[in-house]
Ligand binder design. Structure first.
Ligand code: GTR
Length: 413
């Protein structure tokens, strides 16, 4: 029952809306024991904990212990970065336990004219040096996924990929709007491969343990662990406003951002960019990528218990709109792309919609209508959504929306 290869033969994604199975959307305002949840108190006392517990033990996996920052070191810093526009810091966070040591680096840019800056925090796929052409950004030595077009052929990052992901980060726009940007290369926290001997996991193994138990953390939970440690660091950094950290992520790292927002209430807001299956998209729709497919392609992302739901989404007592509801009442933005059918834009939208009643309990406005908005016509309430033209990606349009919305939600602008 725990085998990851659960459909024989080739997987053919369904992209036909008329073939989406009929299913009941689990009611976020009804407890597993069928009790109606009528107010914030009941939500926080009964429903939120049981949902969080379900996602923890059956979807992403529990983090089996505590591990604090042992020390941190500013390895590089400048008050005159990007032609005088910003302050830059590169900070290593260092951890050790069980004879293992791990460190990861946070690259931080802060706007010069803001004393304690709000920041967008997000992981990157190919190293901190890819988010900007700034020659001072260090190149990570951690394992990276090969990508010949970025010059990554032996799982090592090189100078060739400096700045290649500039478009996905819009650093200047972020700084001009008065926000900082903090980013981490996700493979420094846990290499993105089905191998639990490396990354953060071994630091929390019990004696002789080789891999996480069925209900213990996969890679997504490991990456969220790293985001929470970055938050621990921000609480120590006088230049960052730790009450205004917006956690952002694209795709697998969007799944990560959502789970980070759900598990760590210190994050002020959450942005899920094209997060798809196991992120914002409703699993029960089986549109595009499915639970079985994701568990087969990436057996290390979720906890092993999640494989119980391979081709068996109907038996899930929850769906991903309840992951979004766990973020309430903090602002959450779900974004899709028209051509990104693999991530199921409609399923992402419906998640935001079905999470909204929980926001309403807090008197926050969610997504008011079940009708999907037109392309490039964002709906920006405390729960926000847009579908833009184009592919699976992060674009200038996306960032323009995130900034406008953050201004409104965090600064009442
Ligand atoms: C795909 C995966 C998606 C998404 C994407 C990404 O291969 O099927 O769930 O996570 O990768 O992270 O870019």
């Amino acid at each position: 029952q725990f085998s990851s290869a659960q459909f024989g033969g080739e997987f053919k994604p369904n992209y036909d809306e008329s073939k989406v199975p009929e299913f009941e959307v689990p009611n976020p305002l009804k407890s597993f024991r069928k009790r109606k949840i009528k107010n914030v108190r009941q939500w926080e006392k009964i429903r939120r904990p049981e949902l969080l517990d379900f996602f923890t033990h059956n979807v992403y996996g529990k983090i089996p212990g505590e591990l604090k920052i042992e020390s941190w070191e500013v390895v590089e810093q400048s008050n005159n970065a990007l032609n005088g526009k910003a302050r830059r810091k590169q900070v290593d966070l260092i951890f050790s336990k069980n004879g293992h040591r791990l460190f990861f680096n946070i690259l931080i840019y802060l706007p010069k004219n803001v004393e304690k800056a709000p920041v967008f925090l997000g992981y990157n796929f190919y190293g901190n040096h890819t988010v900007t052409n700034d020659v001072h950004v260090r190149i990570s030595e951690a394992w990276a996924r090969n990508n010949p077009s970025f010059g990554i052929i032996h799982n090592q990052l090189t100078e060739q990929s400096r700045g290649v992901r500039e478009n996905r980060w819009q650093l200047e726009k972020i700084l001009d709007a008065g926000y900082g940007l903090a980013t981490i290369f996700y493979c420094e926290v846990d290499p993105d491969k089905d191998d639990f001997s490396n990354g953060i996991h071994p630091l929390l193994y019990t004696d002789g343990q080789q891999r996480p138990a069925y209900n213990e953390w996969g890679a997504i939970a490991a990456w969220t662990w790293g985001l929470s440690r970055a938050m621990d660091y921000f609480e120590q950094d006088d230049e960052v406003d730790e009450n205004k950290v917006i956690v952002f992520g694209h795709s697998r790292l969007g799944k990560t951002a959502l789970w980070a927002g759900a598990t760590d209430q210190r994050f002020a807001a959450v942005i899920s960019n094209n997060s798809g299956c196991g992120g914002a998209a409703l699993s029960k729709r089986r549109f595009g990528e499915t639970v079985a497919r994701i568990n087969r392609s990436f057996p290390h992302w979720f906890c092993r218990n999640f494989m119980i739901f391979n081709q068996n989404e109907e038996s899930l007592p929850v769906d991903q709109h309840e992951l979004i509801a766990l973020i309430a009442p903090r602002p959450v933005y779900v974004a899709s792309a028209k051509e990104d059918l693999w991530a199921d834009p409609r399923g992402e939208f419906l998640s935001a919609y079905y999470a909204s009643p929980v926001y309403n309990l807090y008197e926050k406005e969610g997504i008011p209508s079940k009708e999907m908005p037109d392309v490039n016509q964002p709906v920006q309430n405390t729960v926000a959504y847009h579908i833009r033209t184009g592919k699976h990606d992060v674009t200038e349009f996306d960032w323009e929306q995130y900034i406008l919305w953050a201004d409104k939600e965090l600064f009442n602008k």
